[in-house]
Design a protein around this ligand. Sequence first.
Ligand code: XIL
Length: 325
Amino acid sequence: KGLHKLALQAGLKYFGSATDSPGQRERAGKEDAYPQYDYIMWKSGEFGQTTPTNGQKWLFTEPSRGVFNFTEGEIVATKARKAGYYLRCHALVWHSQLAPWVESRNWTKAELRKVIVDHVTRVAGHWRGRCYAWDVVNEALNEDGTYRQSIFYQVLGEEYIKLAFKTAAKADPHAKLYYNDYNLEWPSAKTEGAKRIVKMLRKEGIRIDGVGLQAHLVAENHPTLDQHIDAIKGFADLGVEVALTELDVRLTVPATAENLAQQKEAYKNVVGACVQVKGCIGVTIWDFYDPFSWVPDYFPSEGAPLLWFANFTKHPAYDGVVEAL
Ligand code: XIL
């Protein structure tokens, strides 16, 4: 039937997959244009939403100061529009994949404020009206709930978060504005930190509509259904919507019957929790095809985190998702 249709029947808005633009995939040494890949991504009915994996990030959209380039981001955004998919846009202010020029100067507060305002205005303005949601600020928190010492935080403190959301609200009044981070999928000091951000913005009358739980999980050590439900409820109770924005469940390679079964349970738990908590509106997997995953590049000896193997057969976890929906 397709995961997206099942998700709609389960009361979600979408089930989607991130995908990269061909240029980005080539640079990462990953081949492109498998007809089977494109069929599953755009035609099979499995998905109804996408996120550009890389093309909208600062490094690509403003590689030099004031020089904007929307080419890579447009590739996925245009395909999404043609397919009639929801587009989640990702990410405006983030310490990683940041253009080097942003970090290579000792900005005054006023200068860095202008850098942020210009970037968010131009990038969110470019896609105005086309993004269901924007990840406005990505990964601002440490695991203990304190703020990460990014260039933005070092110069401006938490003011940079307020400025980013305020500016995004002006640049695209239609997009839902999200705070997005990883390890928010079970209750912890970090989830408390994310709640603090939501409350801070609300208190100042600054719009924030959602919290994105990236959900980069680990098969052999995954949370329970109840832990996920508690974490999601904690955000939903603040009146913001919640989405699983970058779901994948990595395992220690090679894949075995045992770790694939653990992976299946992990997917089932987290998707099931999203279905069960009103306020969790959709699920995005961080690509669907193992060879295109970021995991092997970033976590040595881990891999196979997605729902389709290299030979395009489905993981047992696919059935876990079906069972959850
Ligand atoms: C990853 C991409 O998948 C890779 O291709 C890239 O090399 C690095 O970034 N959190 C995020 C995503 O918010 O943007 C990251 O995506 C994965 C972690």
